[in-house]
Structures are given as structure tokens and as C-alpha cells.
Design a protein around this ligand. Sequence first.
Ligand SMILES: Cc1ncc(COP(=O)(O)O)c(C=O)c1O
Ligand SMILES: N[C@@H](CCCC[NH3+])C(=O)O
Length: 435
Amino acid sequence: MKLAGHPFQVNKEGHLVIGGLDTVGLAKKYGTPLYVYDVSIIRENCRAFVNTFKELGVSAQVAYASKAFSSIAILQVMKQEGLSIDVVSEGELYTALKADFPTEKIHLHGNNKSIDELTLAIENNIGCIVIDNFYEIELLNRLLDEHDKNMNVLLRVTPGIQSKTHQYIMTGNEDSKFGFNLANGQAEKAFTQLDNHDRIHFKGLHCHIGSQIFETDSFTKAAEILFDELAKWHSVYNYTPEVLNFGGGFGIRYTKEDSPLPLAQYVDELVLTVKKHISHLQFPMPEIWIEPGRSIVGNAGITLYTIGSTKEIPGVRNYIAVDGGMTDNLRPALYQAKYEGVIANRADQPNTTEVSVAGKCCESGDMLIWDLPLPEVNNGDILAVFSTGAYGYSMANNYNRFSKAAVVFVENGQDKLIIKRETYDDIIRNDLSYE
Ligand SMILES: Cc1ncc(COP(=O)(O)O)c(C=O)c1O
Ligand SMILES: N[C@@H](CCCC[NH3+])C(=O)O
């Protein structure tokens, strides 16, 4: 039986099934909390982007935003699917190098790239650096001179768009820590500065307007603003871009309140908008790059927890507590993000009660889900929370010295541990004595 609203099944025993495997069995085998990914969904999402560009005959790079979930195994899947990746730190770049990711398909982001980060990128001849600020232009140029190397770059610009999303995950608005402002001329100033730097090969513009966006208007508007600027640069400097990167941000379903668009629709509309503008301006067709993170891994991942204590406050609320919380999923505490969940060992039973799911950190704000409809809950039940595949493990932390949960991939009815559960020795491995 298919589970309503989610890409998962329920088996004869009434257990939730992911990728052909019983989640109750997975929880028993690996312990909880446990992140489980259905790799076939990840591949489907990758292909929705890649194939749409192919069908439209548009030269493109789909760069997985590895901040959504970075590990050797997931980057190997991205490599198998022919994607590029974006990294925003030396740690993410290091992981990509360890995954043997083709370096020419790695793009480096960051609003404060360090000398070490830039050096690692330069030494490994990565495909592109997305320049974010004036300081970086000079720093990159000096490092390229020192290493006797050249580098492709994009300029990250902020088109001044208030995308319809949580304030903390808006990035394309004017008052943003990221990128060069288009409206006040800073982007143009950066563009002209690049001209003086022979080692920097300027390929085009990048913008990312925010995350968890459910409509295409904001992207179309951003493209329009970019083309207004490019029209000016064309007439003044005779410049045409080789690449336009529109970032990521395509929304996914966390709860029934979310209605995501088919992934292909974002690509269709972006390509349509670009084609309209280039035909008007008589530019050659640029390569189109995008950077989806959440929409590739988000709905492929779930988290399994074991339910422990419960607390009834008559007339107020019923709490159930799980063996994880804000340490494995920071999003509810950080963005008031909402999730859905089911009792994985009784996923076929009707909901008869409403509970609020608490984490086990010493923090009142450590609540995973408020007012979740569930069947009667027993101690020892397994709670499955959906759509935790993006920014779950990658934002996990060791608050209260909880160890980070394990991650399992399932595909074709097989399960494989791809990140081990941290041990307490892992937790204290950098602690030094003061005796
Ligand atoms: C520059 C950039 N690219 C891509 C992404 C990926 O966004 P999402 O995971 O929403 O697709 C982000 C995060 O918001 C970002 O800042
Ligand atoms: N970490 C955020 C989004 C990423 C923002 C990156 N620019 C989330 O969980 O939604």
C-alpha cells in the first residue's frame, strides 16, 4: 500500500517501507536516530533536472549544492548521475576531492573564502570559483599569480529580490551578506575590475535568490534583472556572458501545506526566459547552470527515532520524546520548519490523537513537530519523520554531546551504511587534558 503524500509504502505488517526495506528492520539493525535515504529518489530528482535541459537542447550544468548533504557516498551518486557540485567550504571541497569527484565539475562558493580554501581550489584546478566580494578578487588574483594558474569565475550578484520564503533563507535581496549589488553599481565595478586580471577568466553571472521557493516568478524576475544589467554591459563593454547560473532554491514538500512544482517546470521556465531575453538582445545562448540541493536529496531522506517518554498536560498538550532532536534536525528550531511523521511500526493505523514531538536536548526550543496527528503512541514505537534528507545531517551538531546519527542508503532492496554513527570516543577525540 502506498503512503499518502509521501513516496513510500506500507507493508503487510503495517510497517513503513523505504526503497523496498522495512524501516522497523532498519531501525533494529542500525539503531536510532537513523537517517535513511532512498537512492532511487535521489537519482530520479537528478535526472528530472538533467534530462529536461537535454530535451530542450540547452547546454547546462546541474550542480548539486552539497551543503544540503555532503558525504563521500552522496557525492559518488552525483558523479554517477553526471552532475557537477557546488561546495562552500574547504571541508566540502575536501570531501569532494576524497570522493574523487571530477575537479573540473566543482564550483566553489563562499562569502569569506580563506587563503586555504582558495589555495586548495586552485591547486586542484576546480571548474569555477564564484566570486562574492571585492576582497576576494584581489586575493584570488594574488594566489593565482603565486601558483601560476588561471581560474574560471562567475560573479555572484544580488538582484534585489524578496523571494517568498523564510527570512533566514532569503539570499537574493539587496540587504544580503552575499554577492555584489546590482542596483548600486557594485556588480559593474567588480566586472570592470576583473578585466585587469589576466589570470581570471570571467564566464558570467551567478545569482541565488533563496531557498524553498514554490513558484517560478521569482526566478523569472531575477533573470530579467540580470539581463537588464547585461544589456548595459553589452552596449558599454561589448560583453556577452558564456554562463548564467541561477542557483538553487526549488521547494519540496515537507507537509501537506507545501505544493511543490515538478522540477522540470523550473528548468522549462528558466530556459524560456533566457531564450526570450537573448533573442531580444541578440546574444548567443549562454550555458545555464543551476544549483539544486534540497530538491535533490530532501524528499529522499527520512529520520527514524525511537519514542521514549511521554508527558500529558491535561487540557494543554501531550508530548512524546524521541532519542534525537535539534542535534539531528536543527531546522524546526532555526526556521520554525514543519514536518510530518508516522509511527513506522503501525503506519497502517488511523490517527486517533495529536502529540507534540520533543527532542532530548536540554532546551525548550528542541521541538521537532508540534501537534502531529498519530495513532496511540507506545514507548518503544519508531517514529519516522519525512523529508529530512536536506540540511538534516549537514546541520547536525553535538549539543549536549550527543553523537551524530548514522546514515544508511537503500536502493534495489539493499541497505548500506554510508556514514557510521559517532561514538563517544569520536566526541572526545579532540579534547585535551588540563591536569
Ligand atoms: C548559492 C547557493 N546555491 C544553492 C543553494 C541550494 O539551495 P537549495 O538547497 O534550496 O536548492 C544555496 C542554499 O540556499 C545557496 O546559497
Ligand atoms: N540550511 C537551510 C537553507 C540553506 C540556505 C543556504 N543558502 C535550510 O535548511 O533550509
